[in-house]
Design a binder for this molecule. Sequence first.
Ligand SMILES: Cc1ncc(COP(=O)(O)O)c(C=O)c1O
Length: 271
Amino acid sequence: MYLIDGVQVEKKDFTLPVENIGVWRGDGIFEAIRIHEGYPFGIDLHIERFKKSASKVFFDNINFEKIKKDILLVAENFQNGYVRTLILRNEKDSFNVFCFYQPPIDVPEYFTLQTQKAYWQGGGDFLEDDVFNIGTKSTSYAMNISHTRFAESNGYTDALLVNRENIILEGPTWTFGWIINDHIHVPDLDLGILDSITRRYLIRFGKEKKLKVSIGRLAEEELENIQSAFVLSTAKHAIPVSKINKINYSHHALINEIQQTFKDEVNIERP
Ligand SMILES: Cc1ncc(COP(=O)(O)O)c(C=O)c1O
């Protein structure tokens, strides 16, 4: 299913000119939402983040109520998969909203990760209040994906991004979590990582006492001291990490608990 500005089109018409600045400069923002039996999980939080991204990079007069309706329409037609919504700048200073269904993707059972320095990531040098556009979920993802490709070329599933001081940030398309003393940890937002929706849910599960969750920092040198680690995103509700660089990790029961808590939450939220 393909919508441009709320109008359903055929796949062959779901296109845009290369001249658009959204294509050749990546001047756009996006959200990806997972569908669970017709329900787009966390839709209100995704819309809230979409609004924030829009205001950070000067997309004005966007009708988010209409975008929400488009997303609900796409989702209700499918059992699983994703709704992707992109707002992309045109040749002139206008924009189009592209909303489409993406079928389920294959997610590996375990991730193996290679730490890589991300020179282009704020990495804690700048805080949200210092910089107007930090935390934008923009469509400029070429650097992120270059890390994934580099990790793959070295035999790993993906990269684990670190800052100048080797503090762990996030993955190219996911949040990192780790377990020490049977306690779950996620990095703090002052590291300039994306304000991930699934990370927010996990922190909320901690506040609701469903799981033990803390916000902190982990240096690459400390990877030897952790019990286990996991990858977290809209597409990955806690996928275990079996190896980072040369260090192997065994599965930890808490990762199953995280997965189960997400399943329960979907059931609570879905109307
Ligand atoms: C860089 C980055 N970090 C974290 C995430 C996880 O965010 P969410 O939980 O909202 O899917 C994503 C998802 O696309 C991402 O691209």
